[in-house]
Every structure is written in C-alpha cells, then in structure tokens.
Design a protein around this ligand. Sequence first.
Ligand SMILES: [Zn+2]
Length: 480
Amino acid sequence: MKKHGNLILLVMIGLTAALTVIVNADDQGDAWANKKSGWLLLSAADRQQVGDFAEDYKSYLNVARTAEGSTREVERRARAAGFTEYTDAAQVKPGARLIFPNRGRALILAVIGSRPILEASEVVAAHQDSPHIDLKARPIYPAGGFALFKTIYYGGIKKYQWSNLPLALLGRIDTSDGRTLEVSVGLNPGDPVFVIPDNAPHSDSELRNRTYTNVLQGEELDPVAGSIPGEKDTVALEVVKLLTSTYKIKEEDLVSAELALVPAAHPADVGFDHGLVGAYGQDDRLSSFCAVRAIEDLKGVPARTALAYLTNFEEVGSVNNTGAGSEFLSSTYAQLLSAQRSGAFNDLDLRQALHNSQVISADADDGINPIFPGTEEPSNAARLGFGVAIKLYGGGFNAPSEYTARLRTLMDRDNIPWQTQTPKVDVGGGGTIGGFMSRQGMEVIDLGVPLLSMHSPFEMSSKVDVWNFYRAMSAFYAQP
Ligand SMILES: [Zn+2]
C-alpha cells in the first residue's frame, strides 16, 4: 500500500501534558497495516504440520476430481477414522461418528455431541463439485477426419483455458440392464487423455479479433476422442465400437451416463519455496477437505453435535436432490432429532434445532492477483497467505454482525490469522450455499480461503491458509 505524509495529531491531556499520536492518513488503520502473512506466525513445528497437511490435501485432490469421486474418497477416509453409516436411530449416542450418504454424490459426516441437537449444533458446509465439461448424451461425432466429443460445459469456466490441456474422462454409465460402470480414463500412467485443439498462430488471423470471453465458444469445446479410421467405418464409428466393447454397453447407454472431462494434471507444489498447492478443483474441495479433516480429528465427545455437510451442484445453482437447495440437511436434522427424542418427532422441534444451529458456509474466494491487481479493490480484498477470509459481500449478504464477532473471537483465541474479503463494487461477486441454510433459520457465516486462478483448470492456494482454515473449523466444532 502506498504511504503519503503522516498527520500528526496533538492531543492535549489536562493542562500540561501533550501526547503525540501519529496517524498514517492515507493508510489503513494499524489493525490492517500490521497484519502479517500467516507464514510469519508459524513455529518450526507448525511449519511441519502445514507441510504434512498439504501433502494429505494433495493426495485427496488427486483422486477427488468430481462430486462423486470426492464423496467416495471422503467415505473411505471417514470409515478409516471410525465413522459408520447411519442405519438405525439407536446409533445416535454422544460420541457416535456417523455417515449420512446421499446417492453417492453428497454426504454428511456427524459426530454426536453431549448436548441435545435441539439446543446446539455446528455445521461446516461446503461443495464438492467444480467447473468442468460434461459429455452430451450423444457424445461422439465425426469432424475433419477425427472423432470428437460433443460437450456442454458445467459452471463458470473461461472457455479458452480448457484448450490444449490434457483432460481425463471420469464418471459413470448406468445401463438398461441394470449395471453401473465406473469410467476413469486419463489419470493413470499409459492412459490416453483428451484434448481440445486450438488453432495454430500460423493460421489464426481470422480468429484474432475474438474477444477475451469468446476465444472459444461453447460449441467449440470438443476434444479429440479418436483419429484412426476403420477399413470400412469412419473414425467416429470406430470410437463408438471401442467404447461400447470396452464397457460392454450399447451406444444408447450413454444417455444414462454422467461423464465429465476434468483436467488430468496431478496436484503439485507451486514456487521454489513450495508455498502454494496447485491443483484442479480447489473450489471447493479445499473447504470440503478441511471440514472432513476437522470432524475426523475431533477428540472424544464434543458438547455440540458437529456436522460436515458436503454438497453437489453449487456451481450451477445448488440444484437437484444432492445440492444445497435440497432438503437433505434438514432431513438429516429430523433423523437425529427424532432419534434423540425416542421417535417423538415434531416439526416445531426441527425448526428450533435449525434455529439453534451455527453454520460456517465454507467456500473458496478470489485472492489478489499480482498480474491484475486492479480487478480487486485492494483495501478490502483477500490475499493469499493472510489467513481465513471473512466474506463481507454487502448488499444484505453479510452474516449478522454479532455472529461475525463470535467467529472473530474464536479465531483470535487460537491465533488463527484471518482477513476480510469484499469484491469490487459493481464488478466482482460470487455465490455460496449459505443462503439455503440461513433461510431455514440457521445462523450462517461465509468463510473461505483465497485462490489464485480461481475456476481455472489449475487453481492455487497457500498451504498456510489451508491449514489455518482447518484450524478455524476445528475450533468451531470444539465450542462448549
Ligand atoms: Zn465455490
């Protein structure tokens, strides 16, 4: 931040004493000027923990590349940490560690507290889906001697970022004869990948006047799926034959499939100092991972029931029965409440339980970009490495101030660095799942970790922020 002259205020105290107060007139108050990078607050032991946490995070990101992939990996980790699937009300006892699955695409992990859920509970909510490119129902077509995939993009992508990039094909095919086949091509050594071909600079003069957002258009996001023709058949027919014989399906089975193209690159550290994690899908599997680790690492019986709520479809408006717009969370509350009240469930109790709950709506946010600093309003933008961002969007979207104060106090108590994030007026923005919970009467705050290259195929986060977000969630769950 630029500094200009100092304004010297002379404050007279009594008749004789004068106190000199120096105010940096053009600077922000000391509270902000003195905020240090989270890296400068670490002991040697902390630094080791930051590194270890990031390694575990990267191993999760490497396999959790879709909402379904994340759900599967989170369930695997949860079972290893002593969680079991909820099947019976008798399981709901203080200290119980339960999994509430939702169709393999969303889930809730819960640790039952000593206090009744009617009185108090803590939810960390995040989404597991990330922007990607889906296959259309009739996905293979011939073009220029190649077979290409017909696609439709999902979420807010900048389309040009997805060309010339190795893409993996992940998802499932459900056949008319009742089988579910898992598809995963492009992540293992020797696997083929799929690539959207851009035009060479040698022949693109007529394309050069396209605007920033239209370098590639929606119907041009079609990667190469094959290139070898058959003796009689076209390349496209050969690819269809390969696909149907590999998975023992009919071509029509691709209508009942969820197949996503996602970046095939593996997570890696960014920078000589290994300070950043670079990987696809950190919005918002960063928050998902922190929530899962925080609830798994809860020791003993917490006072308040803790829930980690991992949703789907946030990037397209939290739609469907696995999105945050569904009743999945309130139905899970109803199950827990009914179990704690020996089956005597009533709707007023449910509303009371939701009213008495506290929520961290956790989602990544945009950090100041060193190349384009002007796209943020720097005095209120989040910076990588400076801790958990309290998102203050304005326009009625902020958490109630008393709840914000409570979270600040909690983070200050544990020396967890935090900052704030407000987008540039009339320019920036973004949505979270917080609104779906606050309309149920729950107390909700939006917290996040800033990313560089957000929503791109390779997003970057600061390892120290990821660790501090986990610590904030752990402190939140451990409240009396
Ligand atoms: Zn997000």
